[in-house]
Design a protein around this ligand. Structure first.
Ligand code: FNR
Length: 357
């Protein structure tokens, strides 16, 4: 497979569009409604600035970090994204391989193309989390949580911002139906997802999730549970009150509530509410080393990417995913050096400017 020559993470989208079939590409790339929030996820990073520290006598910055007791070579992680078989025949198995090679953390989706155990094996022992979409069928939830534990997942990510799918017009225009099964749904009574549209998949998911549901998942699972899709201090407090081991700030890459704020614009207020009680994960719109730096400076412990890694997978399999991670981490190192920060802990102590251009 071709080793990716990456200029930046944004330009990968146009390349991937050439090789992913229209329906799958629309599903991956699009946001909801008129994609205002999707676009805001990018522009929000201009709202904060990193002041250079040029006389810091700095070289060779270190991006390694320890979160949830896991030693990682980079704070950048693979966000849970569904149906990666749309991008590449090997799907999540190859993504796991590429992320592991980069020394990062991989999160598997409930709606993965490959099974929890196969994806775990792809990562060859590198740390992975399992993302759960809570189903109406409690036995199904239990069986996935059991399987995740058995496969050695280090934590559960419970996604709470998708009790209904966002209104995504690309999928309507393309009459998109998943052309491939979702491995975790194979034993599910309502089918494995193949030949179904997004709304049919969502119909099996719980249509309401409150703090009591979060607590129920936490009580059942022996693993730490991170709540994903938190955008307000209130929801962060509910999650922590229910026993969450982590708060994951995300607007689902602009695919759910259009008209909501950019994820980056709410990160600081959520991180302040969390106040160091549990780690903070962040994603949505991260494409640059400077974005990663700014998110950490505002309180994120781990910073996720979704679409760019899927495009890397499409363009180069496991090596493509590795290249995406390596490229973004190298951009981060350049920013660290110019900002006079030697370690990820130094980034956390950095004050950003707040000027709206
Ligand atoms: C997602 N996302 C997602 N989130 C989740 O919790 N479970 C899932 O199954 C999926 N599936 C999914 C599919 C695709 C194609 C995309 C693009 C995204 C959201 C994902 O975890 C993450 O929040 C965003 O992808 C982050 O935004 P960027 O990096 O794509 O801008």
């Amino acid at each position: 497979e071709k080793i990716l020559n990456i200029l930046n993470l944004t330009e990968l989208e146009a390349e991937a569009k050439k090789i992913i079939p229209t329906g799958g590409f629309g599903y991956i790339s699009s946001g909801s409604e008129d994609e205002w929030t999707l676009k805001a996820n990018r522009t929000a990073f201009t709202h904060r600035q990193i002041v250079p520290k040029s006389l810091s006598d700095m070289e060779d910055p270190q991006t390694n970090t320890n979160v949830f007791g896991l030693d990682l070579k980079t704070p950048i992680f693979m966000a849970p994204t569904a149906a990666q078989g749309l991008a590449h025949a090997k799907g999540e198995v190859d993504t796991a391989k590429g992320v592991a090679k980069a020394g990062g953390l991989m999160a598997q989706s409930t709606y993965s193309s490959t099974s929890i155990a196969d994806t775990a094996a792809g990562g060859e022992g590198a740390p992975q989390f399992f993302q759960l979409y809570m189903s109406k069928d409690w036995d199904f939830n239990k069986s996935l949580l059991d399987e995740a534990k058995q496969a050695g997942m280090k934590a559960i990510i419970l996604t709470v911002d998708a009790t209904v799918g966002g209104y995504r017009e690309a999928d309507i225009i393309n009459q998109f139906q998943f052309p491939i099964p979702m491995a975790n749904l194979i034993k599910f009574s309502e089918g494995d997802g193949e030949g179904k549209g997004i709304s049919e998949i969502y119909a099996a998911a719980a249509q309401k999730i409150g703090p009591a549901d979060v607590k129920r998942i936490i009580d059942y699972s022996d693993l730490p549970v991170i709540v994903k899709g938190i955008e307000s201090p209130e929801d962060a407090a509910y999650a922590i009150g229910a026993g969450a081991a982590g708060v994951y700030v995300s607007n689902h890459g602009g695919r759910q509530l259009n008209g909501g704020p950019a994820s980056f614009d709410v990160l600081e207020s959520v991180a302040k509410a969390v106040n160091g009680q549990v780690p903070v994960l962040f994603d949505s719109g991260v494409r640059r080393g400077s974005d990663v730096f700014k998110a950490i400076a505002l309180g994120a412990d781990l910073v996720g990417i979704g679409r760019p890694a899927i495009y890397g997978l499409a363009l180069g399999g496991a090596d493509g995913v590795f290249s995406v991670f390596e490229h973004l981490n190298n951009e981060l190192k350049i920013i660290m050096q110019l900002a006079g920060t030697k370690t990820v802990d130094d980034i956390k102590k950095t004050e950003l400017l707040n000027i709206h251009y």
